[in-house]
Write a protein that binds this ligand. Sequence first.
Ligand code: URA
Length: 197
Amino acid sequence: MLGKLEQLRQECAVCQKCPLGQTRTNSVFSDGKPNSNLMLIGEAPGFNEDMQGKPFVGRAGQLLDKIFESVGLSREKDVYICNTLKCRPPDNRDPLPSEKEACRAYLDAQIAILKPRLILLCGKVALTSFLPDVKGISKVRGQWFDGPYGSKMMPIFHPSYLLRNPIARPGSPKALMWDDIREIKRAYDELVLKGNE
Ligand code: URA
């Protein structure tokens, strides 16, 4: 399993399937624990991720780590983190449909190799890749949907959105994220208890 993943990482590192291959510094394949029950799929690398070749290492990534830590989950031990696009769109613009299409096979292969039981769709780019008919993350965040290979997928707010909406009053994005991460931890613990880790 890890051999296949490493091969895929190497393919990704030299990928020229779309023009982002010409402008990236590094492709950003994944971080965290590969054989985890829990996968998080974000949007695309930003400046810091492009420089370091690792997903979620900038301000949004630091907040994501804190959110996981708030329920005792850690990037190193519990979560496999990747993105919808493996290369940074210039000026952090939204990914183009053609870029998502070109990169999709890598994401599908990551899922097929790892077969995580729980998948977090972090932000609208990941959400629309898997649930294209859903109108808006606010309507579906916190709910489990059927995903590939018998997995359950939950859309969650992107940490960048939480950085733009930092107030934690009842019903705010930050408060809702707190509900969602507790439900994610509950589902993760249930899998561990069943011995499926
Ligand atoms: N935002 C994302 O969606 N992914 C990253 O890796 C960094 C910021």
